[in-house]
Design a protein around this ligand. Structure first.
Ligand code: ATP
Length: 279
């Protein structure tokens, strides 16, 4: 499948803002990397650069790369889902998801039986079957987000770039979408890069995290390496406690400023009474 490598990516926006400043990352086939950081850190801009949608300095490569240099070739290996996708309100969900097959259609642009079958499978996996005939303009925010993801999956890409794919979703659908993407990377070797605000979900699903702070990489490593309470406090200006589950995956919980001391005492009491790892 596909390895995505970005080296020293720098994005200078019109007006001169340096939104991304020297970021490097690599995600192999079947890997999941989450880009984290506070509002305005440069996460979306980095993803757009990786998707080839905006000019950048540095290099971004897919190995193996697209067969040609056009958008159509790129769309066969890479699907990008923006944070706020613009969906044509009059289009039915099924027809919209079918648009994901565009990079594969022939000269006349008519989808075949195989394309339709694939789209039905994607609709079913995202529980969109009952909504397939509904116009996009009538969907709830979460349903729209799932429809946009369905279109990206219908593209059958080798790499999936998802900008905040779970923001509008309730807890159950968040889990459904993250599990679905996780299944795709494990079973089909999809290369996954997501931005996420939910640090605990990022730690649960991504193997590697890149934490951005004002366009630069503040930390890069496994969830346990990146998500320390000190670092989260420094980058997000938030007071949090970080606990580790039985699998060693960190969970980040906000702590109300006035209760931080009580929390620290409780945590140290818990630590003191924790049974030894190897009795
Ligand atoms: N078109 C633009 N023109 C000028 N500045 C921009 C433009 N797009 C983004 N920026 C600025 O670049 C910086 C990075 O924005 P970006 O959207 O990448 O941040 P983000 O980390 O995705 O934030 P959020 O978590 O709020 O979505 C911000 O300061 C933003 O205001």
């Amino acid at each position: 499948m596909s390895t995505l490598t970005a080296t020293d990516v720098r994005v200078v926006l019109p007006g001169g803002t340096v939104a991304v400043d020297g970021v490097s990352l690599q995600v192999a086939s079947g890997g999941w990397l989450a880009v984290l950081g506070p509002n305005g850190a440069g996460k979306s801009t980095l993803l757009r650069a990786l998707a080839g949608l905006i000019p950048y300095q540095g290099t971004v490569t897919f190995d193996p790369g697209p067969a040609g240099r056009g958008r159509r070739e790129l769309a066969r290996i890479l699907a990008y889902l923006p944070q706020r996708p613009v969906l044509p309100p009059e289009l039915a969900v099924r027809d919209y998801v079918l648009l994901g097959r565009t990079p594969y259609l022939g000269y006349l642009g008519v989808p075949g039986a195989g394309d339709r079958e694939l789209v039905e499978g994607v609709l079913e996996r995202l529980e969109l079957g009952p909504l397939a005939r509904r116009r996009l303009g009538t969907l709830s925010g979460g349903e729209r987000q799932r429809a946009a993801l369905a279109r990206a999956l219908a593209q059958r890409p080798r790499a999936l770039l998802l900008d905040e794919p779970t923001t509008a979703l309730d807890l159950g659908h968040q889990q459904q979408v993250l599990e679905l993407v996780d299944g795709l990377r494990r079973e089909d070797g999809l290369t996954v890069v997501t931005t996420l605000h939910d640090l605990t979900a990022a730690a649960q699903y991504a193997e590697r995290l890149v934490l951005l702070d004002r366009g630069r990489t503040a930390a890069d490593g496994t969830p346990a390496e990146v998500l320390t309470a000190e670092r989260v406090a420094a980058v997000y200006r938030a007071i949090v406690s970080v606990s580790t589950d039985i699998l060693g995956v960190p969970a980040v919980t906000p702590v109300r400023p006035g209760t931080a001391g009580i929390h620290a005492d409780a945590m140290s009491t818990l630590r003191d009474h924790r049974p030894p790892a190897n009795p």
